[in-house]
Design a protein around this ligand. Structure first.
Ligand code: ZN
Length: 261
């Protein structure tokens, strides 16, 4: 502010020192032009600031309208150090703030999984390969931001299909978890498909094998058919969640999902 006052006064001061009448008039005119230019710059700056605030608010409101409840508004899932692999995160309870970033093991294709789940995953893949299948983890660990991007993409896809925003979001939310609530962010989930497959039969053979044997390796079909009202997610034959062999066996025998444990 002090600097602006100082520069503002310079033309006036030099005009006063100018002496001749013509010089004073010219200086005064240039002073006015300068003032007008500055006022214009300030006006543009104010306009841009206002536009930024309005755009920011609309974007913020749009986000709220778009996403409904934010994950941070959800209660945290309970867990203890020895129940790390049975933590229940879903659309009603999120990953706790103190959930430690998992130590991850990177697979050959670049996907990652919690290192504590890796030995059983490897054992399971060895068994599948021995049975003539060629499975691949197509999605393992995801960050919060990657989860957000996935959800955005899915909503966009449905909107492009002609759904209105509300329906597109509702449909997407049945298939993609809200960031902060995805098991992929835990590092304990693996989407398993046939390697490089666009062939639905090859995928189906992998799903069938997993449905019959996954529990024996500590993995459960997390979102079975007919349990959407309990899990909050539509049937996903490819999504396998590591819970450890003991819990997987118990759930396999009872036919329950993790929420019912
Ligand atoms: Zn998944």
């Amino acid at each position: 502010m002090a600097t602006r006052i100082a520069t503002d006064t310079i033309p006036a001061a030099s005009a006063a020192r100018g002496g001749t009448r013509a010089g004073t008039v010219r200086s005064f005119a240039s002073y006015r032009r300068q003032r007008a230019a500055k006022a214009l710059v300030r006006l543009i700056a104010a306009f841009m600031a206002a536009a930024a605030i309005i755009a920011g608010s609309l974007f913020g409101l749009g986000r709220i309208a778009h996403w409904g409840p934010f994950a941070p508004g959800l209660p945290e899932a309970a867990y203890s150090a020895d129940s790390w692999n049975t933590i229940v995160v879903n659309r009603w309870q999120r990953i706790p703030d103190d959930w430690p970033t998992p130590e991850l093991t990177q697979l050959a294709n670049g996907q990652r999984i919690d290192s504590r789940a890796y030995p059983d995953l490897q054992r399971m893949f060895d068994a599948m390969r021995a049975d003539g299948l060629n499975p691949e983890v197509t999605a393992g660990y995801r960050t919060y931001d990657e989860q957000q991007q996935l959800l955005n993409d899915k909503i966009f896809l449905y909107e492009n299909d002609g759904m209105d925003e509300k329906d597109a979001e509702a449909k997407a939310r049945l298939q993609v978890a809200l960031p902060g609530t995805s098991e992929h962010e835990l590092g304990l989930a693996a989407d398993i498909n046939a390697a490089g497959a666009s062939d639905s039969d090859a995928n189906q053979r992998v799903y069938d094998w997993l449905a019959a044997n996954g529990w024996d390796y500590g993995f459960i079909l997390r979102y079975p058919e007919g349990k959407t009202n309990v899990t909050g997610v539509e049937y996903e034959p490819w999504h396998w969640r590591y819970v450890g062999v003991e819990t997987a066996k118990a759930l396999h025998n009872s036919g329950e999902v993790l929420e019912e444990l």
